[in-house]
Ligand binder design. Structure first.
Ligand SMILES: C[S@@+](CC[C@H](N)C(=O)[O-])C[C@H]1O[C@@H](n2cnc3c(N)ncnc32)[C@H](O)[C@@H]1O
Length: 269
């Protein structure tokens, strides 16, 4: 088995699930990463829109731009940006998500491929990745950065959003070392490590931190919706229900113990 198909298998255990399951998370945008909560925000849909608007304020995409998204999940970001740009292409390792987004989000080219196997026939004005870098181990992260550099147009920009831990917290360092040991298909890092490595391949990196309370609110809302819809969700996939609840509980517990951050990293050459 190639290393890619092994990674795909492991990621699939987490993401490759019945699309209907996600209908019960109470969001049409189906964002599956930290959203941005404002005082008047009450749902994950509104919070996802806040997030995409913030991305667009940073990027200021134009109707002539060609965009590549890596790790497009259930397509929320594609849905937001597709009519604002000339072309939007999205690659994703998870087949269920690609099939669902392809059927439900017209005007976007969804490609079922791992970025490790992808060779685009063009360069892009923007490359976007929300919660995808975490799914690479050390050597793969280097490959990822090189690919970004190669696929970006000279005046283009890359936007990556990731959760990071605080290097000054001994507890967090230990927790993340433990997680990285068991986490076979990814690795948690500090913001400085990501920025240093992106700088090493020639990027200038600007960062904006999203306070961790946003991730806490995002997860609490998922949990709330899951509790409301638990009967139907368990009928669709009992183990997935249990696994997601356990994952959100673990993450929430980690976040109570220190200053994790979620950071938007914008890279240009
Ligand atoms: C945390 S989810 C985030 C999804 C989406 N970006 C969002 O914010 O809702 C990570 C996504 O990355 C995708 N992914 C993970 N590893 C990948 C790889 N090597 N190549 C392409 N997609 C990958 C997963 O299938 C999943 O859709």
């Amino acid at each position: 088995m190639s290393s890619i198909s092994r990674i795909e298998g492991l990621i699939a255990q987490h993401y490759d699930q019945e699309a209907e399951f996600y209908d019960y998370l109470g969001t049409t945008h189906r964002s599956y990463s930290c959203n941005v909560w404002k005082p008047a925000t009450t749902t994950n849909d509104e919070a996802a829109l806040n997030k995409y608007r913030q991305y667009n304020q940073i990027l200021n995409v134009q109707p002539t731009d060609n965009v590549l998204e890596i790790g497009s999940g259930w397509g929320g970001m594609a849905k937001f940006f597709k009519n604002k740009v000339n072309s939007y292409r999205a690659i994703n390792i998870t087949k269920q998500q690609v099939d669902w987004t392809d059927a439900n989000i017209p005007g976007v080219t969804f490609i079922h491929k791992a970025w490790q196997e992808y060779e685009p026939n063009r360069r892009f004005d923007f490359i976007l990745g929300d919660g995808v870098l975490v799914h690479a181990k050390y050597a793969q992260k280097r490959m990822f950065r090189r690919a970004l550099r190669k696929w970006l147009k000279p005046n283009g920009k890359v936007l990556l959003k990731e959760m990071h831990f605080d290097p000054n917290s001994r507890v967090q360092k230990q927790i993340c070392a433990g997680l990285n040991h068991t986490f076979k298909w990814g690795e948690y890092r500090t913001l400085q490590e990501d920025v240093d490595d992106l700088t090493d391949v020639g990027f200038t990196v600007n960062t904006t931190t999203i306070p961790i309370i946003n991730y806490i609110k995002t997860m609490r809302e998922w949990k709330k919706q899951m509790r409301i819809n638990r009967v139907r969700m368990k009928q669709i996939h009992t183990n997935k229900y249990r696994l997601d609840m356990a994952t959100w509980n673990l993450y929430l517990e980690l976040m109570r113990r220190g200053d994790f951050t979620v950071d938007i990293m914008v890279c240009n050459v």
